[in-house]
Design a binder for this molecule. Structure first.
Ligand SMILES: [Zn+2]
Length: 307
């Protein structure tokens, strides 16, 4: 199917979603390093919504700023998000149709974590932002784990329930798990959607059992803009955060996770990590030149002729 730019613009306009009118909050300190000096990288996203992406000059973390409030994101995920992505791609993408893709992803990621999870004695699994539960269900079956899933989208949680998973609708930072701890925590294709990466990782550290394992993956921001040779095309209102290997590693070290293995996905876009408890270094930063190199590369991509 050929998708022209005009078709795409019309399909997105037909959603009648006014991003500019949504309530937003300005961010004044970097979620990773606490820095306050930002560089505005872009002024619109891939859907042409007026969304600015900022980079922290100290650590190189990239994020939307200002950013929609929690309530505005709640409404976005409850009815707009899947329709927007469908309009962008020109085909139906919903809680049902994504399941084939998720099954393949689940098999692939299970192979990555197998050397660490299989025969480790792990018994419980928590999937944060687990959508329809396909991945959690696969992991639970593959490794004999009792699976729990938490996600803010009610329709997707409903599907997850049908797979026999324990479920909770909401955000992991706010949900009360009581004294429950988990041996495996997975955050799959989700970290870029979070509103508070630092808060979530701090929570995961509490929820992870002593010998627990964390799986997390990112859309590598550098891969995303180099792929289409466009920084704007790598920005989308569904992703408050744009992580790189340097910023994700710093996040993990700050929050006390030791990376056991990382993996460049076959799609050349995602990078995955499997971690265990380590020593937290709350001052950890990306390598000194990292932010400067990122800014220089972004500028180069913005100014070089489009390939
Ligand atoms: Zn920073």
């Amino acid at each position: 199917m050929v998708t022209t730019v005009t078709d795409r613009k019309e399909r997105i306009a037909a959603l009648d979603y006014d991003y500019a009118l949504q309530p937003k909050q300005p961010l004044t300190s970097c979620n990773l390093c606490g820095g306050a000096e930002f560089v505005v990288l872009t002024h619109r996203d891939r859907y042409s919504y007026p969304a600015q992406a900022h980079a922290c000059r100290r650590c190189g973390l990239v994020f939307l700023n200002p950013r929609m409030t929690t309530e505005a994101y709640g409404r976005f995920y409850d009815g707009v998000y899947r329709r927007l992505v469908s309009a962008f791609h020109g085909r139906l993408i919903d809680a049902r149709t994504i399941q084939d893709e998720q099954r393949e992803y689940a098999r692939d990621r299970a192979n990555f974590v197998r050397p660490f999870v299989a025969n480790s004695g792990a018994r419980t699994l928590l999937d944060i932002g687990g959508s329809t539960g396909v991945v959690a269900h696969h992991f639970a079956r593959e490794f004999g784990l009792q699976g729990t899933l938490i996600d803010p989208a009610p329709l997707e949680v409903e599907q997850a329930q049908q797979l026999g998973l324990q479920t909770a609708t909401g955000l992991v930072e706010e949900h009360d798990f009581g004294r429950q701890r988990f041996d495996v925590v997975i955050i799959c294709q989700t970290v870029d959607h979070l509103l508070d990466v630092a808060g979530t990782l701090a929570r995961v550290r509490q929820l992870l059992s002593e010998r627990g394992l964390l799986f997390i993956d990112i859309v590598d921001f550098r891969a995303a803009y180099l792929r289409n040779w466009s920084v704007e095309d790598a920005i989308k209102i569904d992703h408050p955060y744009y992580l790189t290997e340097d910023t994700m590693t710093a996040y993990l070290v700050r929050h006390g996770f030791e990376i056991l293995r990382s993996d460049y996905a076959a799609d050349h876009l995602h990078v995955s990590y499997i971690c265990r408890h380590g020593v937290a270094d709350d001052k950890a930063l990306p390598p000194p030149a990292s932010a400067e190199e990122l800014l220089r590369e972004v500028r180069y991509v913005q100014n070089a002729p489009r390939r």
